[in-house]
Write a protein that binds this ligand. Structure first.
Ligand code: ACO
Length: 312
């Protein structure tokens, strides 16, 4: 029986159709999806913190409104993604507990501090830009609820990327001090943005299986290269220098060559020892504890509604 179900699963995936929550799926496929989607959801939620740091200090009402909308979008992305894990049988409370106990990961990028307002623009341009390169192919991932969530998320991420680039363009047209702020932010965020795509293919434990299941559609290195190629002309148009002396066009490969990424730093950050790792998790834990009364009140209300319906 299982062999027949597995053949049908392979056929659906091979035919570029979608696996849906009620379909049979291998245990490993379910586990991999829960791991990846939960990590993605946690990243969206933790990712609200570095930018929220600047909401109260945005330099104008317009910038504040844009930033508020963007940070709220990230919360929405987290919620769609947690909902997608629930279709696989995961429990959101359990996932949150695993996050705050350090048993589930979130993106390395959100463990770096936001030191000046240009960081908001650079996060939009580079971090959300990298997120788009990574996530557009996920609109074609083999699991239906994840693929559909990614369509809306990518549309919103495109707005985030554009607002970041526009903010930086405005600062680059400003004073010399503003241009220095932008360059300083680019210098600090460039390498961590390249790390977002994950370890090199040779060290990526999950890629081969995830590609076979069509959960991932490209390898980490393929997407990283695409991001570099796309970003170099944007940096030129902006008038900033990317902090990599080895970055140059390679006509033979038809791609940019770039310098070695500091993988020791990456694994340190992934292991919970990034510059802001403790602060991020502490803040998330406190927000979760502070929200307990809301969850209790919502559960009590839902309970009462069910009782009323039972009586009626
Ligand atoms: N930060 C933290 N952990 C990472 C990162 C990263 N940037 N990249 C890889 N890892 C972890 C993986 O989760 C994996 O750990 P695990 O096996 O213990 O779970 C380990 O490093 C090895 O990496 P891979 O085998 O390459 O992992 P995977 O196949 O899952 O690929 C990737 C990683 C590319 C991030 C993939 O999971 C993915 O595309 N996820 C969806 C997108 C996403 O999560 N984006 C979050 C940031 S974008 C944003 O929120 C704005």
């Amino acid at each position: 029986m299982d062999a027949e179900l597995e053949r049908e699963f392979d056929r659906v995936v091979g035919a570029e159709q979608r696996i849906e929550p009620r379909d049979w799926m291998p245990d490993g496929y379910r586990k991999t999806l829960i791991r990846q989607i939960a990590q993605h959801a946690h990243s969206e939620i933790i990712g609200m913190q570095p930018e929220a740091n600047w909401i109260s200090r945005a330099p104008s009402l317009r910038r504040k409104a844009i930033l508020l909308a963007k940070v709220q979008d990230e919360a929405g992305h987290g919620l769609y993604l947690y909902a997608a894990t629930e279709t696989l049988g995961a429990d959101r409370e359990d996932l949150t507990r695993k996050l705050v106990e350090g048993r589930q990961k979130y993106s390395s990028i959100f463990n770096y501090p936001t030191l000046n307002f240009a960081d908001v623009g650079v996060i939009g341009w580079l971090v959300d830009g990298a997120a788009i390169v990574n996530q557009v192919p996920l609109c074609r991932t083999s699991y239906g609820p994840y693929a559909r969530a990614m369509i809306r998320i990518c549309k919103e991420e495109s707005f985030h990327q554009r607002q970041g680039y526009e903010l930086l363009m405005t600062m680059m047209r400003g004073t010399e001090a503003q241009r220095r702020m932008v360059q300083d932010a680019v210098d600090r965020w460039w390498w961590p943005s390249l790390m977002m795509f994950g370890p090199p293919d040779a060290e990526s434990s999950n890629t081969a299986q995830s590609m076979a299941w069509r959960i991932k559609r490209h390898t980490n290195d393929e997407l990283r290269q695409k991001f570099v190629d796309m970003t170099v002309p944007q940096a030129d148009a902006l008038g900033v220098t990317l902090p990599d002396p080895e970055l140059r066009w390679n006509a033979d490969r038809g791609h940019h060559d770039f310098g070695e990424i500091d993988w020791t730093e990456f694994w340190q950050v992934v292991g919970g020892n990034g510059p802001c790792s403790r602060q991020r998790i502490e803040h998330r834990r406190a927000a979760h504890d502070d929200g307990a009364w809301v969850r209790e009140a919502a559960a009590a209300y839902a309970h009462r509604q069910t009782d009323r319906e039972a009586i009626a």
